[in-house]
Write a protein that binds this ligand. Structure first.
Ligand code: NDP
Length: 280
C-alpha cells in the first residue's frame, strides 16, 4: 500500500509551530493582523473565509472581516484596499476570489501592497518567485512543497510533471518544484498524449479541475501523486482530480481528498501572515 500523505496532520503541525512563533512575537510587542475582504455571499467563499478566520483565531493572529454587498463597485473596493494598504496595524490583505463579474480581479490584486499580498497573487510576488527573490508564494503550491518535504519525499533531480497551468496552482507549482531542483514539465489541455508525459513523472501534481480524470494509465509504478482537485462525486462525496481507488495501489505515496492538499492552503496562508511581519 502507498504512503498516505496526511495533510491534516502536517497542516496541524505547521499551525502549532506558527502559534508558538506568534506567541514569541507578541512577547516582543508585535501583533499580526490579517484583513479579509469578501464581496457578495457565494456560499463556497463564505466557507473558505470562515476557515481562514478560525485559523487566525487558533494561531493568535487578529483578523478584520469586511463582508461587502455584491453591488459594491470596483472603486469602493479599491478605496478599501488603499485604506488597508496605508494602515500600519494591518499586515496582510486577502480579497476572497472569485469577485462579482463587474469587478476586474486583476486590477484589485494589483492594488494590494505587495508587502501585504499574503495570497501571493500580485504580479510582483509572482515575478519574485520566478527570479528567486523574497516574496509571498501562492498558498496551495507552497503547501504541496511542505507536504512533500515533511513526508520525506526527495524533489531534487526527480522528474516532476504538473497537470494544469493556472496562475494560482499550476504555474507557481512548476516554479517551486524547479526551485527545489526538480526537472519540471508543465502540461495542459493542449498537451499531445498526456499519458505519455505523465507516465514519466516521479512526482505527479494534478490540478485539472476534472473529477477523477487521472486513472492508473497516467501514472508510473511507484510515482508520488499529489491531487489538488476538490469536487463532489455522483454520491455527493468529496473527490479529487485523481481516481484515488484506481491509482493508490500503483503509486508509492498519494494525497487523499479530503485531508491532503486542502488543509495545507489555509496553513500556508497563516505562514504568509507571519512572514509578512518579517517582510515589512
Ligand atoms: P483551472 O481551471 O484554473 O486550471 C485547470 C488547468 O487544467 C488548466 O491549465 C487547463 O489547461 C488544464 N486542463 C483542463 N483540462 C485538461 C485536460 N483534459 N488535459 C490536460 N489539462 C487540462 O483550475 P485551478 O488550477 O484553479 O484548480 C484546479 C483544481 O484544484 C480544481 O479542482 C480546484 O477546485 C482545485 N483547487 C484546490 C485548492 C485547494 O486548496 N485544495 C486550491 C485551488 C484549486 P488550459 O490552460 O489549456 O485550459
Amino acid at each position: 500500500m502507498p504512503q498516505i500523505i496526511d495533510g491534516k496532520a502536517i497542516s496541524g503541525a505547521i499551525k502549532d509551530e506558527l502559534k508558538n512563533k506568534v506567541e514569541e512575537l507578541k512577547a516582543e510587542g508585535i501583533h499580526i493582523c490579517l484583513a479579509v475582504i469578501q464581496v457578495g455571499s457565494d456560499p463556497a467563499s463564505s466557507v473558505y473565509v470562515g476557515n481562514k478566520k478560525k485559523a487566525c483565531a487558533y494561531i493568535g493572529i487578529d483578523s478584520l472581516a469586511y463582508e461587502l454587498p455584491a453591488e459594491t463597485t470596483q472603486e469602493e473596493l479599491l478605496a478599501l484596499v488603499g485604506e488597508l494598504n496605508a494602515r500600519k496595524d494591518v499586515n496582510g490583505i486577502l480579497v476572497q476570489l472569485p469577485l462579482p463579474k463587474h469587478i476586474n480581479e486583476d486590477e484589485v490584486i494589483r492594488a494590494i501592497d505587495p508587502r501585504k499580498d499574503v495570497d501571493g497573487f500580485h504580479p510582483q510576488s509572482v515575478g519574485a518567485l520566478c527570479i528567486g527573490q523574497p516574496g509571498f508564494v501562492s498558498c496551495t503550491p507552497a503547501g504541496i512543497i511542505q507536504l512533500l518535504k515533511r513526508s520525506g519525499i526527495e524533489i531534487a533531480g526527480r522528474e516532476c510533471v504538473v497537470i494544469g497551468r493556472s496562475n494560482i496552482v499550476g504555474k507557481p507549482m512548476a516554479l517551486l518544484l524547479l526551485r527545489e531542483n526538480g526537472t519540471v514539465t508543465v502540461t495542459h489541455s493542449r498537451t499531445k498524449d498526456l499519458k505519455e508525459v505523465t507516465r514519466r513523472a516521479d512526482i505527479l501534481v494534478v490540478a485539472i479541475g476534472r473529477p477523477k480524470m487521472i486513472t492508473r494509465e497516467y501514472v508510473k509504478e511507484g510515482a508520488v501523486v499529489i491531487d489538488v482537485g476538490i469536487h463532489r462525486d455522483e454520491n455527493n462525496k468529496l473527490c479529487g482530480d485523481v481516481d484515488y481507488d484506481d491509482v493508490a495501489p500503483v503509486c508509492s505515496a498519494i494525497t487523499p481528498v479530503p485531508g491532503g492538499v486542502g488543509p495545507m492552503t489555509v496553513a500556508m496562508l497563516m505562514y504568509n501572515c507571519v512572514e509578512s511581519v518579517l517582510l515589512q
